[in-house]
Each structure stands twice: as structure tokens, then as C-alpha cells.
Design a binder for this molecule. Structure first.
Ligand SMILES: [Zn+2]
Length: 505
């Protein structure tokens, strides 16, 4: 007898349909065909043991399993459950009338428990697109798949529950109500950072306009403390963004059991990270840190310690908001729209410009150190923020005088809403404006324009900086709820472009 069970294979962020065909005929061997990797092949032993745990002997006949389409690579242990279900049905151990309406995926343990899989959410989206009634997936993946409405999500704990569902239509009782939220930084608040009002304001502007930012400051000046709190002032994720982020985390195998992503991601890879781990790829294409930071923040601490090639591979995703991965065996892409936050010391010893330490570096050493920041990468960074250590006066500020993350977040949200009305999708923030859009939306009064040109010449700013300043001042005007860009907005924008000035210390 021959049976076909619906399953899915994830390539990139999307899933494709895979038919698991099982045919049982006289003979004694088990054949698995259809471009399956070792993990799929080894599944036979897991399936045999799992069936035995349920008191079912695998039929001693010729079993042929075909994973169609045959030219699509099947990877991982997630085919155990559809193959086991196919064997049970094809050998008449069970009979079912409903299996055709569901996509079935899951890994089996030897004791017949069903273990979580990668990419369950993408498979659920596929099931909805193709009009299936629902999906049968491991219970640990239930929460992420429940983000999709309009189809039945059946989370199973073990093979017995799968059999009861297929034969009798019995749905397993949901015992998991606990949802693990993504956010380990949930309790972080801008109030935790004493003083630094200027830096907080700069972060607020960066968040409002979606501007990439680099922070320059001595060790201990609070660069990472501030960066970690950036997600706390960004607007909350929309449902669509939450689904995209959860899909990427699921495919990368970074979701905990019963977790989905409901807060903007903050990713801080170490500077020794490999290029593949940073942008994605590998034998089986997996999202890298830039895609895990999608819709959130990518923080590069000690940015100049990263290998030049690592900084180089960031350029394409920063330009296109997605990563293209081309290998001999496949070509795919992952979304990667993130805010880049870099942090660096002002000089190799770290104390240039610090009032309490003296800097030991010569000018040529400082020049060499800074030249590691490649021009093309710096072109994509709108804000240069110099961070000074907190003064005694700031330390003793009454916390009532400082804004908390919620208050900063409200300013950001208002400014974002102004931008939403200004642009049509997909460019939703000032940071993403092309030169054409800048000229359209950042017009200046004649007098201000003349003043700006004069000032730029005096400060020896490049022509390229002109556009950056217009973009930034547009965001500052939005933060100030002003329709027009005023002189004071441009002055603040110039202060946020410290690295452009010659002799900036
Ligand atoms: Zn120094």
C-alpha cells in the first residue's frame, strides 16, 4: 500500500512542500530516497525505537520512503514524524481519514517523545498558504506557530498523541500556558544610566530616524550600557515584524521551547565572530547575526577589533536590508534590516580627550587606528557620538529630572508616526532616505541654506556630509514636532557628526 504525508522543507526564510511517500511491499529492506542528508537517513533507527516504545513492531517488509520533489535537499531530523506516520498508515497498523488535511513535522526520541524542530513557523505559514486545515508539530513549537491565525495548530508531545489524533481525531490537551518572552533586556531602562543626557538624546534621535550610530568614548564611559537600552526606546514590534523575527530565530535554532519574539532584538556579536556567523550561510543556510538583529539593533562593541573582512561583509546587508547567500548548492536570502550601533575607543590607549587620564598615543598612531573604519562603512553611519565620562554633577542629579525609557519611547514613536505619514513603504524612517528623497523632504529656507554652506566650508565638511546633515536635521525636526527644518536643528546635527571634522579633539 502507498501513502503520501505532507511535510515541508525550509530554504531561506520560506518553506516548500515535501511529500513523504511511503510504499510497503513484500521484501525486507528499508530504502530512503529523495536527496536526504544523514540526519534524515538515521531517522530509521529513531522511528523503529519510538514505534517499539508504543508497542508497535516496524513491519519486516520492503519499505520505500520517497521525499518528493527529489531535487530539493531535505535536512535534519524533522522528517521522523511524517515518515513514522506514513509507515503506520501504509502498513495498515492504523487507519486515518484526516491525515491529508495536515502538514506533519517533528523529530522522534527513542522513547517516542516528539522533539522541537527548526523553522516550524515557516512551515505553518506554508500550510496556511496552501490551504491545509492545520499542522501537527512538536508541542515545544506550539507558541511560535500560534502566531498564525486561521488554521489549527496541533502541538504533540509524543507519538501516541499523534496516533490518537490521526485515528480518532483526538486533540492533545494544551498544558503549556507559560509563554517565554524573548526579552532578557526587559528590565533595562534609560534611568539606570545616570546623567549622559546628551548621549540619551542622540540615541533618541537615532531611534526616531532609524539612523546608524557610532559611539566614541573612553573605556567605562557607558557606551555598552547605553546601547543595551536602545531597544527599550524603540517602538514595539508589529505582528508582521514579530512573525518575521520569530521565523528567523526558529530557523537558526535560537528559540527556546514555547518562545516567540515579541521585543525588538538586540544582538551583540563578539569581535572574533566568523563571517558566516555574522551574515549567515553554511552547508544548510542559516540566518546570521545580521538577520537575527532584523527589526532590531546590531551592536558591535570594540568595532575596530572586528576583522576588516567582517566589517566589509556588513556593507551589502546595510545597503539592501537583506543578505544574499550564494553557494554552489543553493542560493537564498534572509531579511536583515537592522540599526547598527558601533562603539570604539577614541584612540588605541582609550583616553584621548579624557580629562582624568592622559593619552599616550601619537597623532600618526591615532590616524592609523581610525583608518580601520572603511569609508564605505562610515558612509552608512549617520551619527558620530562622542561620549564623555559622567561628571560628578550629573551623578548627583535627581532622577526625577531624567527621562525614563517610556518617556523617550513616546518621543520616538511620535517622530516615527510623522515619518510614516511622509513616506510610503518600505522606507519608513528618515535614515533610509535616498539623496532624491532628501532633496524632496529636507528643503531649507534660503537664509538657512546659505548659512549651512558657509558653515560647512569653515568646518571643512565634505559634500557627502551635506546630505547626512539634512537627513539628521529632518529627524531632529520630527523629534521637535516641527514641520520645517530650523537652524537649531542643523546645529545639533553638526554636533552629531564629530568624526567629519578635522582635528576633532
Ligand atoms: Zn590614546
Amino acid at each position: 500500500m502507498q501513502i503520501s504525508i505532507s511535510a515541508g522543507a525550509v530554504l531561506g526564510i520560506d518553506a516548500q512542500l515535501v511529500n513523504v511517500e511511503v510504499k510497503i511491499s513484500p521484501g525486507i529492506k528499508y530504502f530512503l530516497v529523495g536527496l536526504a542528508d544523514n540526519a534524515v537517513k538515521e531517522g530509521y533507527y529513531r522511528i523503529e525505537a519510538a514505534l517499539e516504545s508504543c508497542g508497535i513492531k516496524i513491519p519486516r517488509k520492503k519499505i520505500i520512503v520517497n521525499l518528493a520533489p527529489a531535487d530539493l535537499k531535505k535536512v535534519g531530523s524533522c522528517y521522523d514524524l511524517p515518515i513514522a506516520s506514513g509507515i503506520l498508515l501504509a502498513s495498515n497498523k492504523i487507519s486515518s481519514s484526516i491525515y491529508k488535511d495536515y502538514i506533519i513535522m517533528g523529530e522522534l526520541a527513542l522513547n517516542a517523545n516528539v522533539l522541537p524542530i527548526k523553522g516550524a513557523l515557516s512551515i505553518t505559514i506554508l500550510a496556511k498558504k496552501l490551504g491545509y486545515k492545520g499542522v501537527v508539530i512538536p508541542e515545544a513549537n506550539l507558541q511560535e506557530c500560534s502566531l498564525i491565525d486561521g488554521l489549527e495548530i496541533i502541538g504533540v508531545r509524543n507519538l501516541k498523541e499523534v496516533i490518537s489524533f490521526l485515528v480518532l481525531g483526538e486533540r492533545p490537551k494544551k498544558i503549556t500556558d507559560k509563554i517565554i518572552f524573548s526579552d532578557e533586556n526587559e528590565s533595562l531602562d534609560m534611568l539606570d544610566v545616570k546623567g549622559q543626557t546628551y548621549a540619551k538624546r542622540a540615541l533618541c534621535i537615532a531611534a526616531a530616524g532609524g539612523h546608524n550610530i557610532i559611539m566614541i568614548g573612553s573605556p567605562g564611559s557607558g557606551k555598552s550600557m547605553l546601547s543595551k537600552r536602545l531597544s527599550s526606546i524603540l517602538p514595539s514590534l508589529s505582528k508582521e515584524e514579530s512573525i518575521e523575527c520569530t521565523q528567523l530565530f526558529s530557523i537558526a535554532g535560537r528559540l527556546k521551547s514555547n518562545q516567540y519574539i515579541n521585543k525588538r532584538p538586540f544582538r551583540a556579536p563578539h569581535h572574533t565572530i566568523s563571517n558566516i556567523a555574522l551574515v549567515g550561510g553554511g552547508n544548510v543556510p542559516r540566518p546570521g547575526e545580521v538577520s537575527l538583529a532584523h527589526n532590531g539593533v546590531l551592536f558591535l562593541d570594540e568595532m575596530l577589533e572586528f576583522r576588516p573582512s567582517s566589517l566589509e561583509v556588513l556593507r551589502q546587508p546595510m545597503e539592501d536590508c537583506r543578505v544574499n547567500i550564494s553557494r554552489a548548492k543553493y542560493q537564498t536570502e534572509f531579511p536583515a534590516k537592522f540599526m547598527l550601533v558601533g562603539a570604539m575607543n577614541p584612540c588605541p590607549c582609550g583616553y584621548l580627550g579624557d580629562p582624568s587620564h592622559s593619552c599616550q598615543c601619537t597623532e600618526s598612531i591615532i590616524q592609523k587606528y581610525r583608518s580601520k573604519l572603511s569609508g564605505p562603512l562610515m558612509d552608512r553611519i549617520d551619527i558620530h557620538l562622542h561620549i564623555k565620562a559622567v561628571s560628578y554633577k550629573e551623578l548627583t542629579l535627581n532622577s526625577k529630572e531624567e527621562k525614563c525609557s517610556k518617556e523617550w519611547g513616546e518621543i520616538v514613536l511620535k517622530a516615527r508616526n510623522r515619518q510614516k505619514n511622509r513616506f510610503c513603504d518600505p522606507i519608513l524612517t528618515n535614515g533610509g532616505m535616498s539623496e532624491k528623497l532628501i532633496l524632496k523632504h529636507c528643503t531649507l529656507d534660503y537664509n538657512i541654506e546659505e548659512w549651512l554652506k558657509k558653515t560647512l566650508t569653515q568646518l571643512s565638511f565634505s559634500a557627502r556630509t551635506y546630505f547626512k546633515l539634512l537627513k539628521l536635521s529632518r529627524t531632529i525636526a520630527d523629534v521637535e514636532e516641527s514641520i520645517n527644518i530650523k537652524k537649531e536643528h542643523l546645529v545639533e546635527a553638526i554636533q552629531l557628526r564629530g568624526l567629519d571634522r578635522v582635528n576633532n579633539y
